[in-house]
Design a binder for this molecule. Structure first.
Ligand SMILES: Cc1cc2nc3c(=O)[nH]c(=O)nc-3n(C[C@H](O)[C@H](O)[C@H](O)COP(=O)(O)OP(=O)(O)OC[C@H]3O[C@@H](n4cnc5c(N)ncnc54)[C@H](O)[C@@H]3O)c2cc1C
Length: 554
C-alpha cells in the first residue's frame, strides 16, 4: 500500500499537568454518540464500565440527520450477491470484497435488531417497506418516518443506551486528544465547560466521531462534523487512508439561509428528475442510468451543467409524481421547503452538490481494530474497505451498526482480560512554557478554509489547484498550530487544518480519477493506482517518504 508520512507539529493540542487535573477510569471509553458509538456501547458486556462522550447533545450527529434509510436484503427476489455487486461497482476497485460480503450478510440482522430496540420502520402491507436508491439494483432501503430514518433510529438507540446502568453518557464533552503511552492508546483527554479538562483512562478506546463535512462551504453535515477523530487519531499515531475520497451529495437544497438541507436520493429513486435552468432534463447526456447513476457521476454532471448554463444550481422536479406519494415519502423535506415558500410536490426545487460523506479514515481490520493498539474505530471516521472509492447510498448507517457492534464486542473482550489498576501515567505535553495567546478571528479562518476546500479540493481537482491549496493551508497552519486555544472552536480549527493537509496531500498523490476523486488533469482511472494511499504521522521524516506534490513531510 503506497503511503507517506506527514509529521505533526505537536502531539497534544493543549498543555496539561497530570497532577492538577481530575482523572476518571473506564473499562471502555467510547468517543462519539452517533449510530456507531451507541451500537458499540450496547455491545459492551454489562459488567464493564463504559463512558460515552459526545461533543454536543447525544442526538446531534450525522446519524440523527440521516434521511433515506438503511440498506439490507429483505425482498425474497433480492440477494446478498446483488447488494455486494452494487457496493463493489460503486467502489471502483478500492473495496475489500471480503468486507463487503461480511457487511451485506450482517445487515439484515443489525436492522432487525433495531426493531427489537423499538425503532419503527415504515411498513407496506405488513412488510418492511423498501425503496430504491442510486446505484442499487433492487429495492432494499428500509426507512422510517418517511424521510427521517436517522431521527427514529437514534431515538430508539438513545433510549436504550440511557437505560443501561453500566453506561455513563457525558454530553457536551469535547475530546481534545487521545492519551498514548508506550505505543498504545490509554484513553482520552476530554474537556467540558463545567469541569474543564479531565483525563479518562480506559483499558480500550473506541473512536466513533463521524465525518468531515464542515471542511467544505457547502455540506449536508451538522456542526459536529469537523473531522476531530481523524485528527486526534493521527496525532496519536494511528494510520489513516484514502483521505482524498470525499463524497459529494448531488442534491443539497440551495436556498440562502436554509442551512443546506439534503434532499435524499430516495426522491430520485421515487422518480424525481433533474432539470437545468432552461428546463432541460440533462442526465441523459452524462449516464444511461440517468438520475440514478452513482452519486459521483450525478454530482459531476450537475457541476458541469451549472457551468454550461452559468447558473448556480439545477432543479429537482417531482411535479409528475402523485402528490400522495410525495407527501407520504418526504414529509420532512416538504416541510423545510414550505418554510421557504416552495411546494415540494409541484415547484422546481433548487439544488446543487455539497460535501456529504468522508470515505477516508482510520485504517481498520475486520474487527474494527486500528493500527494503534488499544484503539478501535467504527463508522464514518474509519476506513473499513466497505466503500472503496465511492459509498453506495444507505450503506453507511449499516456500516456503523456492523462495526459498532464488532468494536464494542472486541473492546469489551480485551478489556475483560486487563486487570483494574486505577493508575494515572505521568504524561507530558510537548509545549513550551508560554505558548502564544489564541487571539485570532476563528470564524474568518474557518470560512476561508471551507471556501478554499470547495474551490480546490471539491468535486474536481487538478495539480495547480491542489498546490495553491497546500500553500495556503500550510501558511494558516504555521501560525494556528503555534497557539494554544481554550475551547472547542479553536481545537476544531486546528483539527480541520491538519485533516485538510492530509486530504490535499492524498489528492495530490493520486494522479488518476477514481470514484469520488476526479482529477481534471488525469480524467481516467489508472490500473497501476488501484490501491489505498495511507498517511502516517512521525517526528522524523525519511526522505523517500516525502510527498513531492506538496512538499509536506520533508
Ligand atoms: C443529512 C444526511 C443524511 C444522510 N442520510 C443517510 C442515509 O439515509 N443512509 C445512510 O446510510 N447514511 C446516511 N448519511 C450518512 C450517515 O448518516 C453517517 O455516515 C453516519 O450516521 C455516521 O455515523 P457515525 O456514528 O460514524 O458518526 P455521527 O453520527 O456523525 O456521530 C459522531 C459523534 O461523534 C461525536 N464527536 C465528534 N467529535 C467529537 C469530539 N472531538 N469529542 C467528543 N465527541 C465528538 C459527535 O458529538 C457525535 O456524537 C447521511 C448523512 C447526512 C449528513
Amino acid at each position: 500500500m503506497p503511503g507517506f508520512i506527514i509529521p505533526v507539529k505537536r502531539r497534544y493540542l493543549v498543555r496539561f499537568d497530570p497532577k492538577r487535573i481530575p482523572h476518571a477510569f473506564a473499562d471502555v471509553l467510547i468517543i462519539g454518540g452517533g449510530i456507531a458509538g451507541i451500537r458499540a456501547a450496547l455491545a459492551v458486556e454489562p459488567n464493564q464500565d463504559v463512558i460515552v462522550v459526545t461533543k454536543d447533545r447525544l442526538l446531534q450527529s450525522n446519524s440523527a440527520y440521516a434521511q433515506g434509510g438503511i440498506a439490507g436484503v429483505f425482498d425474497p427476489l433480492d440477494n446478498f450477491g446483488s447488494h455486494a455487486a452494487d457496493t463493489l461497482a460503486a467502489g471502483k476497485g478500492l473495496c475489500d470484497p471480503q468486507i463487503v460480503d461480511m457487511v451485506v450478510r450482517e445487515a439484515p440482522h443489525r436492522i432487525r435488531e433495531l426493531i427489537s430496540y423499538g425503532a419503527h420502520f415504515d411498513m407496506q402491507e405488513g412488510e418492511i417497506a423498501l425503496t430504491l436508491e442510486g446505484g442499487h439494483s433492487h429495492r432494499r432501503v428500509v426507512h422510517a418516518l418517511g424521510d427521517a430514518t436517522g431521527q427514529e433510529v437514534m431515538r430508539a438507540m438513545a433510549e436504550l443506551v440511557r437505560s443501561r446502568p453500566n453506561i455513563l453518557i457525558w454530553e457536551s464533552t469535547f475530546t481534545i486528544d487521545l492519551l498514548t503511552h508506550e505505543g498504545s492508546c490509554r484513553g482520552g483527554l476530554v474537556w467540558n465547560p463545567n469541569h474543564g479538562k479531565t483525563f479518562v483512562w480506559a483499558k480500550q478506546t473506541v473512536l466513533a466521531t463521524g465525518g468531515a463535512g464542515r471542511l467544505y462551504r457547502e455540506t449536508t453535515n451538522p456542526d459536529i462534523a469537523t473531522a476531530d477523530g481523524h485528527a486526534i487519531a493521527y496525532r496519536a499515531g494511528a494510520e489513516l487512508r484514502d483521505m482524498e475520497m470525499v463524497q459529494f451529495h448531488p442534491t443539497v437544497l440551495y436556498i440562502a439561509g436554509s442551512s443546506r438541507h439534503l434532499i435524499s436520493e430516495a426522491a430520485r429513486g421515487e422518480g424525481a428528475v433533474l432539470r437545468d435552468v432552461t428546463g432541460y432534463r440533462f442526465m441523459a447526456d452524462y449516464d444511461p442510468a440517468l438520475e440514478l447513476a452513482p452519486r459521483d457521476v450525478v454530482s459531476r454532471a450537475i457541476a458541469t451543467q451549472m457551468a454550461k448554463t452559468r447558473h448556480p444550481c439545477v432543479y429537482l422536479d417531482l411535479s409528475h409524481l402523485p402528490v400522495e406519494v410525495v407527501e407520504a415519502r418526504f414529509p420532512h423535506i416538504r416541510k423545510v421547503c414550505a418554510e421557504f415558500g416552495l411546494d415540494f410536490a409541484h415547484d422546481l426545487i433548487p439544488v446543487r452538490p455539497g460535501a456529504h460523506y468522508m470515505i477516508g479514515g482510520l485504517t481498520i481490520n475486520a474487527d474494527g481494530q486500528t493500527t494503534l493498539p488499544g484503539l478501535w474505530a467504527a463508522g464514518e471516521v474509519s476506513s473499513s474497505g466497505l466503500h472503496g472509492a465511492n459509498r453506495l447510498a444507505s450503506n453507511s448507517l449499516v456500516e456503523g451498526l456492523v462495526y459498532g457492534r464488532r468494536t464494542g464486542v472486541g473492546a469489551s473482550h480485551l478489556a475483560a482480560a486487563q486487570p483494574d489498576t486505577f493508575t494515572a501515567i505521568p504524561l507530558k505535553s510537548d509545549w513550551p512554557e508560554r505558548p502564544q495567546d489564541d487571539g485570532l478571528d476563528l470564524e474568518d479562518l474557518r470560512n476561508s478554509l471551507s471556501s478554499l476546500m470547495a474551490r480546490y479540493v471539491g468535486i474536481e481537482r487538478d495539480a495547480p489547484g491542489l498546490k495553491s491549496a497546500a500553500e495556503q493551508v500550510n501558511f494558516w497552519d504555521r501560525y494556528v498550530s503555534d497557539r494554544e486555544f481554550s475551547g472547542p472552536r479553536g481545537w476544531e480549527l486546528q483539527n480541520m487544518l491538519l485533516v485538510a493537509k492530509l486530504m490535499i496531500a492524498s489528492a495530490s498523490a493520486r494522479k488518476e480519477s477514481r470514484g469520488v476523486h476526479f482529477r481534471s488533469d488525469f480524467p481516467e482511472s489508472d490500473p497501476q493506482q488501484n490501491q489505498h494511499i495511507s498517511v502516517n504521522a512521525a517526528q522524523k521524516q525519511p526522505a523517500d517518504h516525502a510527498n513531492p506534490a506538496t512538499g509536506w513531510g520533508r
